[in-house]
Design a protein around this ligand. Structure first.
Ligand code: 6PG
Length: 482
């Protein structure tokens, strides 16, 4: 028993995480994969890592020092349950099983509850950053017991990305908290990507700039408040030329966006929790629409605006600046909605999640890493009970200075017939949030009319119903205490 940590599942993410672990002082890493070829490839290509390789679960478990700690890196789903049961049958109380896949947090809650009676710790850990992140430093979102984090924390901290001197890992909360927060991370990732795609589409169709020219715009944006990994890679993707055709690569990629499900989970859970994550939802639906090939083909001749739209060359710079501001304002809303879901999830499932810490561990390593996460961390540090990010002073000012641009862009897009579901819904959400009165009052009246669903009044407490099919007088259905 010589290894202080083990990795099960040696596809790219698992192999890279194992190599990352092995490269850190003090770690000896046990590795196991169901088919031994993968193990041989990894150990053969990386002798420097000093892996302790096993070809059976018995040997793998025997190679781990106590308390045993193993990270499972397999495709989320049934495979995870199979590996867990192999480990649980061999582990002892105090040992730690970590699921580092993109598991559904409901599964993580179930697994943790099933394993708990054995005395073995089960930790669902969200790991973000793709292949590169796994190898050089991901952002890690572990759930599970506080006790398990005492052993696990330092190991994870040793491999995590570092932001301003701090490792991008924190104990998120018990059982499914880590995978819940990773899920929301992915939802925000969807929203951010869709917003960037809409910005690109508007600039391209409005100004006629080439993808390579738009790459320069994004590279420039990446030097300011929008600085982020997704903006940076957008410039790279737009600059890429297809070797086969000489066309911009973006023009030869089929315009049907895939999805593995975490974005949809974010929205499903938001619906259950009653949290309006409209930007994330629109991003998920935009991918769905893109993949409806038959419908899109049938609809391609449907009428659009009467007049063609373009931005006059002398107005191009101002238009691009409007789009930049619209993107920043919409992005603030997307993150604000994501944090609302984290707050609601924490409340619902009994997790003590520190929002500021979540913002901090997203500053490096993960896909949504961005300069402005510092601002989010500051906002929660200044006011831990902040009810909405958009009302924090920095974000209020940012939106104030961008809102006329935002409105122009959304209005222009609507008139030009360019779909901007994420831009538009974010603005509608913002206006709904700040509204003094909402037409929800009328909805309540309608509900009361057809279903006697009752309403409250602005001027006195109690619950009321109008006798719509009688003399239309009002009755108080639940007498108030006054
Ligand atoms: C990350 C990513 C990653 C995720 C893909 C898949 O944080 O490293 O979120 O975990 O699996 O981005 O997303 P799709 O649903 O778009 O395939």
């Amino acid at each position: 028993a010589s290894a202080n940590i083990g990795v099960v599942g040696l596809a790219v993410m698992g192999s890279n995480l194992a190599r990352n672990l092995a490269s850190r002082e003090g770690n000896t890493v046990a590795v196991f994969n169901r088919s031994p070829e993968r193990t041989h490839t990894l150990t053969g290509e990386h002798p420097e890592a000093g892996f302790v390789a096993s070809e059976s679960y018995d040997d793998f478990v025997a190679s781990l020092a106590k308390p045993r700690t193993a990270i499972i890196m397999v495709q989320a789903g049934r495979g995870t349950d199979a590996v867990i049961s192999e480990l649980v049958s061999r582990f002892e109380p105090g040992d730690i099983i970590v699921d580092g896949g993109n598991a559904n947090f409901h599964d993580t809650i179930r697994r943790e509850a099933e394993i708990k009676p054995t005395g073995i710790h089960f930790v669902g850990a969200g790991i973000s950053g793709g292949e590169e992140g796994a190898l050089h430093g991901p952002s890690i979102m572990p759930g599970g017991s506080a006790e398990s984090y005492e052993t696990l924390g330092p190991i994870l901290a040793s491999i995590a990305a570092v932001a301003e001197g701090e490792p991008c890992v924190t104990h998120i909360g018990t059982d499914g908290a880590g995978h819940f927060v990773k899920m929301v991370h992915n939802g925000i990732e969807y929203a951010d990507m869709q917003l960037i795609a809409e910005a690109y589409d508007l600039i391209r169709r409005g100004t006629g700039k080439t993808p390579a020219e738009i790459a320069d715009v994004f590279a420039e944006w990446n030097t300011g408040e929008l600085e982020s990994y997704l903006i940076e890679i957008t410039a790279e993707v737009l600059r890429q030329t297809d070797a086969a055709t000489g066309q911009p690569l973006v023009d030869v990629i089929l315009d049907e966006a895939g999805a593995k499900g975490t974005g949809a989970w974010t929205v499903q859970n938001a619906l259950d929790l009653g949290v309006p994550v409209s930007g994330i939802a629109e991003a998920v639906f935009a991918r769905s629409l893109s993949s409806k090939r038959a419908q899109r083909e049938a609809a391609v001749d449907l009428p659009g605006p009467d007049e063609a739209w373009s931005v006059a060359p002398e107005d191009a710079d101002a238009f691009i600046e409007d789009v930049r501001k619209a993107l920043y304002a919409s992005k603030i809303i997307a993150y604000s909605q994501g944090f609302d879901e984290i707050i609601a999830g924490a409340e619902q499932y009994g997790w003590n999640v520190h929002k500021g810490e979540v913002a901090k561990i997203w500053r490096a390593g993960c896909i949504i890493r961005a300069r402005f996460l510092n601002r989010i961390a500051d906002a929660y540090a200044d006011d831990p009970t902040l009810v909405a990010l958009a009302v924090a002073p920095y974000f209020r000012d940012a939106i104030a200075s961008g809102q006329s641009s935002w409105r122009r862009v959304v209005a222009t897009a609507a008139q030009a017939g360019i779909p901007t579901p994420a831009f538009s819904s974010s603005l509608a959400y913002y206006d709904g949030l700040r509204a003094d009165r909402l037409p929800a009052a009328l909805v309540q009246g309608q509900r009361d009319f057809f279903g006697a669903h009752t309403y409250k009044r602005v001027d006195r407490p109690g619950v009321f119903h109008t006798l719509w099919s009688g003399d239309r007088s009002e009755i108080e259905t639940t007498p108030s205490s006054h």
